[in-house]
Every structure is written in structure tokens, then in C-alpha cells.
Design a protein around this ligand. Structure first.
Ligand code: PLP
Length: 436
């Protein structure tokens, strides 16, 4: 943390003013903009462990961590060593290499029921491919998703989507983004989370036209809307009954709470799992994982086309494998879970009743309101959002970088310390007192 209490961001502000002239909104992904919390984004120049330093030399404890991949923290020594060892041997071949086999084997071994993996370069690509596979496997057109679930920015999924779309989209539009034709949006049916009857009713009416349900089994893009195991089991049952696929989008939750998918924690085995973030260890990597009978529908074996120039590139795989190797030690997850519990308990102990949140392992959603923790997008109290937005800059000025939206979760890493969490709690308390 900066020893002086005032953070000056002259260089950051200058860069942003230049950026808006050359990059739409000054950012290369809308979630990085400070639209909901106000002000200008911070420009970082370096990072290590849980710390980031901006271009003005200010230090922050990072609770955004590139939105989830950095479960070991920034510049983890084993990850950096793996990447720097491999880089001089060629950045990309556009051809086969041994480590991609190792990565596919590693992912298959970690996910029950999986037999094959196709590696891509982002979570969005993984999900696009999973949906195409589902349609190819079933010959059906419709996809079911849940309101507030975010699955990347493919056309079919920008329908009542969470993440940056909550903050930035035109709420009047049928799709969550302009440029998505009505005809495409209409092939995606959205339902509320936590409502199995709605799912059953939909399948009763349209089951023969539904290719798949896609869900984040731990929905973490519209707050952290934890679903019950019964709901997830119910989805498994309905999809099996109607011959549709169940896709678990584990781009965030994969390897976040334990070594494997969230599905295994609740005892539900999906037909396909999409991965990203952690499996790339901070470099671009995504994966579609599932049984041979579905994965071998992909070209060049089957008729479902998918390709990528940089797919399975050696650097991303080196970073991902190094990360997964470290995560094989259960002590790492014990530490992550301890840190999550520590933050939760420290917040509860402040005596400010609304200073609290929803947590699963090392994922924490600051939900600054009283009453039940929401399980659906439409039950989030607007007061929680207003409070977060009001607190944001106080906390930033105290040296804590949070994702700049009330709907986003905080990520802890194995590199965080209890002292840093104490610091965050103290900054939140201080900011909360200034508000009242
Ligand atoms: C659950 C989920 N699926 C898919 C994506 C898209 O991944 P990417 O941003 O790598 O394209 C995200 C991104 O945050 C995500 O959280």
C-alpha cells in the first residue's frame, strides 16, 4: 500500500485521455472501464504476487487478478520459469507439439467422464465451440441459458448476459448487444436461475428443439449467485430426459475451488465442460472437454468445424501446466479457502451489518445489503450496487484494486496475505463510516 494516503494518477489519466482517441472507450474489454464506479481506469506497469504497481508508481493489492486466471498471483515463479524456458524455442508453430498432448491428458484426468479436450485461445471460443457441438450432436437449434449468466461474447450468448453487459448494455434491446440479429437472439431462451419449474415447463413445450442448457454451475458474472445442488441435479435430469446436452461453463469455476470442476463438487456430470482462465495460467487458453462420442464430432474427424491459428500455443500451455502442477498440491486450495474464510469473518466482525458478501472458496462477491443473499439476477438489491459504487474510490485510494463493478466478484490468490485482507477490511470500514 502507498504510505501516503493520497494517490496521484497523473500518468494514468494522461494515458487514458490518449487512449480514448484510439481505442473505443479507451479499453480493450468493457469491464475494464470505470463506467459504473466513475473516474478513469488505472494503468498498470508491473505486478508480482498480489501486488500491482501503476504507471505513477502507486502500489495496490489486486483483488481483480485479471478476472480469475491468476490463482497463484501475478508472476508466479514456477509459471514465469516455464514460460521463459519455452519462449526461446518458438512462440507458436501452428503445428503439433508434445505439451498440447500433456495438457489434454491433464484436463481429461481432472474431469470425471471426460475423454478428450480441444484447446482454443479463449473462454468465448470454448463456449462457441461447445454450442456448435451441441447443435451438431442433436440437430436441434435452441440453446437455453440463464439470466445473468455470462458465457463470453458470441452472438448467441449476448442475451440477458451478465459481466460487463450489466453495466454497459442497452437494457431495452432484446439481445444484450446491438449487432446481434433478432433471428439469432431468438434461438437462445433465457430463464431465471434457481427455478427448476421454469426449466421443466420449457422442456415440456419445446424439449425436442433444445440442443443444450448452458450454465455456469457457480454463476459468478452477475454477482455470485450460488445455486443449490438440487437445481444442478435437476438440470441434469431434464436434459437427459429430453436428449439435450448439459454444458457446464467452468471458465471461472474450473480449478478455482478444487483441482477439477465445480460439477464434481455437487456430484453432477455435464456432457461438455468449457474451461479458460486458470488453465492458461495467465496466457490465452480455453478448452472444451467431454466424451469422445461428442468431441469427435469436431473437424477433422467429424462435421462440426472449429479452428484457430494460435490454438494450443506452447506459451499458454506452459503457463497453464505450471499452474495446474502447483494446484495439484491440496495445501494450495486449503490456503485459498482459508483466505476466503478469513476475509468473510473479518467483514462480519466489523459490526457494520451490510458490509458482507457471498463467498465460495477464494471467490468473494461484496454484496453490501442486508437480507437474503441473492440466487437470481433480479433479486439483487440496488442499494448494494449504490453502496459499492460509493465505496469504490475510497478503497482504491487506500491501495486496493477491486474489479470496477458491483456485479463482479473479487478473486483471491495463494499469494494474498492475511495482512492484506485486514487492510482491505479496514479500508472498507473507513469508507463505510465516511458514507454514513
Ligand atoms: C463463465 C465465463 N464463460 C466465458 C467467458 C469468456 O471468456 P474469455 O473472456 O476468455 O473469452 C467468461 C469470461 O469472463 C466467463 O466468466
Amino acid at each position: 500500500m502507498n504510505s501516503s494516503s493520497t494517490y496521484c494518477r497523473t500518468q494514468s489519466d494522461l494515458l487514458y485521455d490518449q487512449a480514448v482517441g484510439f481505442i473505443p472507450g479507451g479499453v480493450n474489454s468493457p469491464v475494464r472501464a470505470f463506467k459504473s464506479v466513475g473516474g478513469k481506469p488505472v494503468y498498470f506497469q508491473s505486478a508480482s504476487g498480489a501486488d500491482v504497481i501503476d504507471v505513477d508508481g502507486n502500489h495496490y493489492v489486486d483483488f481483480c487478478l485479471s478476472w480469475g486466471p491468476l490463482i497463484l498471483g501475478h508472476s508466479d515463479p514456477a509459471v514465469i520459469a516455464a514460460v521463459t524456458q519455452i519462449a526461446p524455442r518458438g512462440l507458436t508453430y501452428g503445428a503439433c507439439h508434445p505439451a498440447e498432448v500433456q495438457m489434454a491428458q491433464t484436463l481429461v484426468a481432472a474431469l470425471p467422464g471426460a475423454q478428450m479436450a480441444r484447446l482454443v485461445s479463449s473462454g468465448t471460443e470454448a463456449v462457441m465451440t461447445a454450442l456448435r457441438l451441441a447443435r451438431g450432436a442433436t440437430g436441434r437449434p435452441l440453446i437455453v441459458k440463464f439470466e445473468g449468466g455470462y458465457h463470453g461474447h458470441a452472438d448467441a450468448l449476448l442475451v440477458k448476459a451478465g459481466s460487463g453487459l450489466i453495466t454497459h448494455a442497452d437494457p431495452g434491446a432484446e439481445a444484450s448487444s446491438a449487432g446481434v440479429p433478432k433471428e439469432i437472439a431468438q434461438l437462445t431462451v433465457t430463464l431465471p436461475f434457481a427455478d427448476l419449474d421454469a426449466v421443466r415447463n420449457l422442456f415440456a413445450l419445446h424439449g425436442s428443439r433444445i440442443a443444450a442448457i448452458i450454465i455456469e454451475p457457480l454463476p459468478a458474472n452477475n454477482g455470485l449467485l450460488v445455486q443449490t445442488a438440487e437445481f444442478l441435479h435437476g438440470l441434469r435430469h431434464v436434459t437427459t430426459q429430453h436428449g439435450a446436452l448439459l454444458i457446464f461453463d467452468e471458465v471461472i469455476s474450473g480449478f478455482r475451488l478444487h483441482y477439477g470442476g465445480y460439477g464434481a463438487l455437487v456430484g453432477v456430470q455435464p456432457d461438455l465442460t468449457t474451461l479458460g482462465k486458470i488453465v492458461g495460467g495467465g496466457l490465452p487458453l480455453g478448452a472444451i472437454v467431454g466424451p469422445r462420442r461428442i468431441l469427435e464430432l469436431l473437424a477433422p474427424v467429424g462435421p462440426v468445424y472449429q479452428a484457430g491459428t494460435l490454438s494450443g500455443n506452447p506459451l499458454s500451455i506452459a503457463a497453464g501446466l505450471a499452474t495446474l502442477r502447483t494446484l495439484q498440491d491440496p495445501a494450495v486450495y486449503r490456503r485459498l479457502n482459508h483466505l476466503g474464510a478469513y476475509l468473510e469473518h473479518k467483514l462480519l466482525a466489523t459490526g457494520i451489518e451490510w458490509l458482507r458478501g457471498q463467498r465460495q472458496g477464494s471467490v468473494f462477491w461484496p454484496y453490501f445489503a442486508q437480507g437474503p443473499l441473492p440466487t437470481r439476477a433480479d433479486t439483487i438489491d440496488p442499494l448494494a450496487v449504490a453502496r459499492f459504487n460509493n465505496l469504490y474510490h475510497h478503497v482504491l485510494q487506500a491501495g486496493f484494486y477491486l474489479p470496477p463493478s458491483a456485479y463482479e466478484v473479487l478473486f483471491l490468490s495463494a499469494a494474498h496475505t492475511e495482512a492484506q485482507l485486514d487492510g482491505l477490511v479496514a479500508a472498507l470500514v473507513c469508507a463505510a463510516r465516511q458514507m454514513t
